[in-house]
Structure formats: structure tokens, C-alpha cells
Write a protein that binds this ligand. Structure first.
Ligand code: BGC
Length: 780
């Protein structure tokens, strides 16, 4: 008999015995009673998901046939005799990741493709992000899903991490603010989120084995801070523990992380589920239970057996099991499936398309403009670059969305009344199907993530003859440079962070020829993440970072290019001159697969960057490094141009009642309407703990201001948010003294400052997650 059968029989037998007694049916008010009525096997089963096949997994296991949602990532297991339904979880975060097609069903179950995390964060508009969250939450609900697996809240420690597109920023404060807004929006619809990947999932290479070795201070101030803000401000229903280890312990078996910090320090009330993996040898399953990891996903029968055996053997305390089961029941009673919600599978796709168009246009960042934008009197453009035509709406892997359509650049421009040259458009449009077929044929079967989302196609060689032909036909050139990345793989410096030789030739040829004839060259960056720009930015008259902006991408880009939308996006990560400028690049996996190489040679020594990563840069991640150590960058954190200009008034800062209140008036001094993001960077006084030059502590975005119009922005900074983490005292410590509040349009464009005295503040924490290895921490 296989394991599934044994369990099914065991549960069925228990069910028979139980029918003799009255059986409670789960309700929000009888959780204790239901818990008491559960057998050990049922309890164990509730802590382990229904398997990889969401369609039949848990149904088959418990012998009932309820169908959940095709293409969803997983289920929790139901116990019908106690009125406990299965619940369904599906991937996000850029929309609901389910299958478009279902067996024996003609309907299209496409979900809206919303902008990726970097694009949403670059709006710096929490209200807008909340609206996007509401739309995603509504689709989650209407497609019969209970929890969406997002938002992604890891930090951009390195520009090379393959999943940066799903995450928000190199800065924990904006990560937390945007994450909390997203969670509030989604959960307002009566469904849950899973904020992920908790924590320090900063690289994709060897993500299931790498030990992230990091100081307690960097953990608290950077890698955990965004999650902390989201937990305190939005109480996510669930949090997903990451695959990696932190300071020698797997996240999913880490009591310090999942209980001492998450619940005791922050007051988290929901459930923790693992990322999608089975048993973690050498981590015993019981350790996951005791650590406070309530649900093991996707779930394997062996894990159920482990729990049962450990309780019987006395190595797992039934009280720990009961605690997790109670939390699972508390989660289940909140779900639409428990409440019997009759979902329609027909969300309002038109309304959501409008939201994605508006939010992606607001997240786009204008890096450069020689005055050629917004475009006026442009009738015809020569549109270069394969991603102009095969536009990348989102990233690869679980974060991809099966969306109904993608508006490419030709269509977006056409909708805005701008034509593209015939010959070039024909060449590319004929080439795309061939390139797709080639990619499919050449695909390495190990690269499963290429099946989820839209991989990047090879570029076409743009010859000088082609450019000479096009320059005669067009008023301007638009060149799209696309970058794709995703789950399970990190980006390489050569050819991914940097331009390829082919792209460089294309840009240089087009630039030389078009600009010699006074015709502008506009570059669109269609990438979820940062790339090299310093070596070629002189060759463009304008550069717009469009990110991977979701299904309406081409329309949103046209909205910005034509000035229908005045760009107001700002970078949430530094754009360095070179990837190697980031201190983290030194130990980031690159090039050949070191692990395989090592194994081939029979070496067992742990490999840096693969088996472990030392966060020697400590708290100096992103602008905290570049701005403290005065390093030149291509575009600083917080940067982004507008078609208008803004003036900042003299600010006021008042400290009282545990908060600093910053007030500043922003005035539109230009000639077109626009929005501005005022950013507050705080420099702490010298004290017992070394500090970065400054840190982002607040921001606010104006409404759309007409020329001459102004708005007063008021921002609150709790004094506890000014604290540094004091490892010696295991506490947050805001040192007393004069603080400088620097208010500006980027971390390096400070428009006005104010100072205020702040008193000492401390907040005790648990002494959790101390590193075991010695780190050579970077110091000023
Ligand atoms: C990813 C998660 C995802 C899960 C379910 C994992 O491999 O890391 O982000 O939610 O799969 O698809």
C-alpha cells in the first residue's frame, strides 16, 4: 500500500469511529472544539499541503473530488467530517498565476498582467499601489483562489539577482511602505497574501542550499525591516519562509526568525508556510513545526508521517502541533472558500486593464531627456529591437502571469497616432515567430522557468545599410533594449547587466546616423531590473525605463512619450556605473557553475557564493554604500525626470509624541501639470554606532499639480524608525542629538534641509539570529 493509501485509510477509519460521536463543524467560534475533535493524523495532515498537483492533489488524498483551480500553486488539505475545506493558493505577485485553459472547457481564464514589483515601487504612490492590490485581490477572489503568493519583499542586495523584478527596492523603508499598501489592497477583498521570501532570499543560484551569513544589524535594519513594516501595518494572512539558510539555519526551521522575531517582536498573527519544497534533510520535519512554520508546501505524505511519528516518539510536543493547527484553522475560517463564496471566474478585465495602464505609466522612470520628449509632430518612427515587437510584460518563473494579451510598442504607438516604418516593422514581425520556434527547439529542458512567462528572443543584427534605409523613412528612432530574468537563475554581468556587442553596435549605428541628420534617438529599457547605461547613454537623446510594465505596456509607454502622462516615477535602486561597483558582486555567483565543477572534481569544500554568502558589505547596500563612500553612480537612488520642474519651500520639522513631523510645500514651477515625490533622507548625529551618510525615512507624492499650483506635504517619522540596531544591547537605539532632515528629489538632489533635536529612544528585542561565522564587515 502506498503512503497516500495508508493515510487515506487511517483517516477514513478514524472518520468512521468519530461518526459515532457528535462531530463539530468548523466555525470561527468553535476552533478549540474542532481542534479537540481532530485525530493526530488529521492534525498532521492540516500542517502539510495537498501536494504539487493542485487540481487533484489533496482531493485524491482524502478521497473527495472537489476541484480547485487549474494552474494554482497548491492547496491545503480539507477534512470534510469537521467542515474544514481545502483552500487554494496561487502565485503572484504581478497578477494571479493560473492556467488560461482548462480541460474540456472553452473559456479563457486569463488574468490581468499588472506591472512587476520594481515598476510599482517606482511610482512611490502607495494609494495607487493599494488600488492595484485591490484589483489583484478581486481577481484572486473571482478566480476561486484564497491566497496569492506575494508580494515579493526581498531586497535588491545585488543588481544581478534574477528575481529583483518581483521585489521592490534596495531600501527597506520603501519596500515596507509599498508592500504594506499592496497587502492592504489585496486583503481588502477578503483574500490573503503570502509576503515572501522570509528572509534574505537575495540570490537565485543555489537558493535552496546557500547559507546567507549576515550580521544581526544588517538583518534587522535591512533584510527584515520591510517585512516588519508590512507585518505591523497590514497583518498579512500568511508569510512564506525562504529556501535558504540564514547564519547556518534553514529559514523554515528557524525559531528565532519565525517565532522570536516575527511573532514575539512584531506581533504577527497569521500563518507561515514554507516555500515549495519537501523534506529538508538534514532538517527534521519536527523542527519546522516547533520553529513556528505552520504549513509545509506543496506538501508530501512523508512529512505527515514524520509529524505523526515524532509526536508518538515524544520528540515533538503535541502542544506545538496544536498551536500550529489552531493557526491554520484561524486562517481557514477567513478564506472565501470556507465562507462558500460563489466566485464567477469573470473579473472585470477592462477595469483592471485601465488600472495596469495607469500604474505602469506612473512607474516608468525617465532617465534622460535632451528636450526631445514629449514627442511633438512625430509622424513616423523607426522601431528597433526585438522587444519593441515581442514586448516583455513580466518576468519568468512563478512570478509570470498568463495574461490575455500584451500591447507591444507598435500597437501602443499606433494607438497614439504614431506610425512605424513599414520595412523594419515587417522584418521584425516576420522574424518573431521564427525566433520563438528556435528558442523552443533550442531550450535546455532543465530550464523549466522558460515555460512560465516570455523568454527573451535573440536580437537581429542591425546593419548600417538597414539604418541608412530607415533614416530616410523616419522622423526618429526608438530602440528597445529588453532584459529578461526570473526564478531559479541569476543574471550575468556580461550580456545581461551589460549590453551585448550586437546591441552596442545597434545603438551606436542608429545614433550616429540619425543624430547626424538631426533626428532623435529614444531608448526604451524593457527590463524588470537595473542595467548598465553609462557607456552608451550619450548616444541617446532620451532614455525611458519602462520596466516590465504588464499587459498594457505599449500603451503606457506611448502615454509617457506623447506627454499624455507626465513621468513621475523615481528609481528605487541605484543604477551603478558597473555591476562590480556593488561590493556584493565580489561574492555573487557568476559564470560557470562552481558547484557542479567542484562535485566533478570530488571536492567538498563549501564554495563562496554558492554554499554560503558572506554579507561583508553589512548595512552598506545600495545608496547606503554609494552615497556614504562617495562613489560615482550612473543614476542615483530616487532619481527620475519630469516634463515640468518643482520648487521646494523651506521645510519644518517638529518632534513630539514619539514622532518627527516633516512639512514641506512643493510647487510646480514649469509649464505642464505633473506629480513630484518628495523624499526625506535623515542623517543621524554621531553616536556610539556607525551610521550611513543618510537613510530614506519618509516620502510623499503630490497630486497632479497644475503649473503654478502647490501642495503642502506632511510626513510622519516615528522616532523608533530613526533607530539603528544595537547588537550589543539587542535593542533598537535612537541616539539623542541633532538630526538633519534632507528633503529632495533624489538621494543626491537635496533641495532643502531642516534640523531637529531628538531624544534617546530604545526598544528591546530578542537576541536572535547571531552569525556563527566571522564576517569582515565593511567600515567607514
Ligand atoms: C517560488 C515561490 C513560489 C512557489 C510556488 C517557489 O519555487 O520560490 O516564490 O510562490 O514556488 O510556485
Amino acid at each position: 500500500m502506498n503512503t497516500k493509501r495508508i493515510l487515506t485509510t487511517a483517516i477514513a477509519a478514524t472518520t468512521c469511529m468519530m461518526t459515532m460521536n457528535a462531530q463539530p463543524k468548523l466555525s470561527p467560534t468553535n476552533i478549540d472544539e474542532v481542534l479537540k475533535a481532530m485525530t493526530l493524523e488529521e492534525k498532521a495532515q492540516l500542517l502539510v499541503g495537498g501536494g504539487n498537483d493542485a487540481f487533484t492533489g489533496s482531493g485524491a488524498m482524502l478521497g473527495h473530488q472537489e476541484k480547485l483551480v487549474a494552474g494554482a500553486a497548491g492547496t491545503t488539505v480539507g477534512i470534510p467530517r469537521l467542515g474544514i475545506p481545502e483552500t487554494c493558493v496561487a502565485d503572484g505577485p504581478a497578477g494571479v498565476h493560473i492556467d488560461r485553459q482548462r480541460k474540456n472547457d472553452d473559456r479563457d481564464y486569463a488574468a490581468t498582467g499588472f506591472p512587476v514589483g520594481t515598476c510599482l515601487a517606482s511610482t512611490w504612490n502607495t494609494e495607487l499601489v493599494r488600488q492595484v492590490g485591490e484589483a489583484i485581490g478581486n481577481e484572486t477572489l473571482e478566480y476561486g483562489v484564497d491566497v496569492i503568493l506575494g508580494p515579493g519583499m526581498n531586497l535588491h542586495r545585488s543588481p544581478l539577482c534574477g528575481r529583483n523584478f518581483e521585489y521592490y527596492s534596495e531600501d527597506p523603508f520603501i519596500t515596507g511602505a509599498i508592500g504594506a499598501a499592496m497587502v492592504q489592497g489585496i486583503q481588502s477583498q477578503g483574500v490573503g497574501v503570502s509576503a515572501k521570501h522570509f528572509a534574505v532570499n537575495s540570490q537565485e543560484s543555489d537558493r535552496t542550499r546557500v547559507d546567507e551569513r549576515v550580521s544581526q544589524r544588517a538583518l534587522r535594519e535591512l533584510y527584515l525591516r520591510g517585512f516588519e513594516i508590512a507585518v505591523r501595518e497590514s497583518q498579512p494572512w500568511t508569510i512564506m519562509s525562504s529556501y535558504n539558510l540564514i547564519n547556518g539555519q534553514y529559514s523554515m526551521g528557524n525559531r528565532d526568525l519565525l517565532t522570536s522575531i516575527l511573532r514575539d517582536d512584531w506581533g504577527f498573527q497569521g500563518i507561515v508556510m514554507t516555500d515549495w519544497i519537501g523534506k529538508r534533510d538534514p532538517l527534521p520535519t519536527e523542527r519546522e513545526v516547533t520553529a513556528g512554520n505552520d504549513l509545509m508546501m506543496p506538501g508530501y505524505p512523508a512529512q505527515v508521517e514524520d509529524i505523526v511519528k515524532s509526536v508518538k516518539a515524544g520528540t515533538l510536543d503535541i502542544r506545538d502541533v496544536d498551536r500550529n493547527v489552531r493557526r491554520m484553522l484561524e486562517y481557514i475560517v477567513k478564506t472565501p472558500r470556507f465562507k462558500g463564496y460563489k466566485y464567477t471566474s469573470k473579473p472585470d478585465m477592462k477595469a483592471h486593464a485601465l488600472i495596469t495602464r495607469q500604474s505602469s505609466a506612473e512607474g516608468m522612470v525617465l532617465l534622460k531627456n535632451n528636450g526631445v520628449l514629449p514627442i511633438h509632430d512625430l509622424k513616423t518612427v523607426a522601431l528597433f529591437g526585438v522587444n519593441s515587437y515581442d514586448f516583455l510584460a513580466g518576468g519568468l518563473g512563478s512570478g509570470a502571469v498568463n495574461m490575455p494579451y500584451v500591447v507591444d510598442m507598435v500597437t501602443g504607438l499606433k494607438n497614439a497616432g504614431v506610425a512605424t516604418t513599414h520595412t523594419l516593422t515587417d522584418i521584425y514581425q516576420n522574424y518573431i515567430p521564427y525566433a520563438r520556434a528556435k528558442l523552443k527547439a533550442d531550450k535546455n529542458p532543465m530550464m523549466w522557468f522558460l515555460d512560465q512567462g516570455q523568454p527573451k528572443l535573440d536580437e537581429i543584427d542591425i546593419t548600417q545599410r538597414c539604418v541608412l534605409h530607415e533614416v530616410k523613412e523616419a522622423d526618429a528612432a526608438i530602440v528597445t533594449i529588453g532584459r529578461q530574468a526570473g526564478e531559479g537563475m541569476d543574471r550575468q554581468v556580461e550580456g545581461e547587466f551589460n549590453l551585448t556587442e550586437q546591441e552596442r553596435n545597434m545603438i551606436f549605428r542608429i545614433s550616429d546616423t540619425f543624430r547626424a541628420q538631426g533626428k532623435p534617438v529614444i531608448v526604451i529599457i524593457n527590463s524588470g531590473s537595473v542595467m548598465e547605461t553609462a557607456s552608451w547613454r550619450d548616444r541617446a537623446d532620451a532614455i525611458l525605463v519602462a520596466w516590465q510594465p504588464g499587459q498594457e505596456g505599449g500603451n503606457s509607454i506611448a502615454d509617457v512619450l506623447t506627454g499624455k502622462v507626465n513621468p513621475s516615477g523615481k528609481l528605487t535602486m541605484t543604477w551603478p556605473l558597473a555591476a562590480t561597483d556593488h561590493p556584493s558582486t565580489a561574492d555573487f555567483p557568476q559564470g560557470y557553475d562552481a558547484y557542479t565543477f567542484n562535485e566533478m572534481l570530488g571536492w567538498n569544500a563549501p564554495i563562496k557564493g554558492r554554499d554560503y554568502t558572506n554579507h561583508d558589505e553589512d548595512i552598506y547596500v545600495g545608496y547606503r554604500y554609494f552615497d556614504t563612500f562617495n562613489k560615482e553612480v550612473a543614476f542615483p537612488f530616487g532619481y527620475g525626470l519630469s516634463y515640468t520642474t518643482f520648487a521646494y519651500s523651506k521645510p519644518a520639522v517638529k518632534v513630539s509624541g514619539g514622532s518627527a513631523t516633516v512639512t514641506v510645500t512643493v510647487k510646480n514651477t514649469g509649464t505642464v501639470a505633473g506629480k513630484e515625490v518628495a523624499q526625506v533622507y535623515v542623517t543621524a548625529p554621531k553616536g556610539s554606532i556607525e551610521k550611513p551618510a543618510y537613510e530614506l525615512k519618509a516620502f510623499a507624492k503630490t497630486r497632479e499639480l497644475q503649473p503654478g499650483e502647490q501642495q503642502t506635504l506632511t510626513m510622519q517619522i516615528p522616532v523608533r524608525m530613526l533607530a539603528s540596531f544595537d547588537e550589543v544591547g539587542s535593542q533598537w537605539l535612537t541616539e539623542a542629538g541633532q538630526y538633519t532632515f534632507r528633503i529632495g528629489a533624489s538621494s543626491r538632489d537635496i533641495r532643502c534641509t531642516a534640523t531637529a533635536k531628538v531624544g534617546r529612544y530604545t526598544e528591546k528585542t530578542t537576541n536572535a539570529l547571531a552569525p556563527k561565522a566571522k564576517l569582515n564587515l565593511l567600515k567607514q
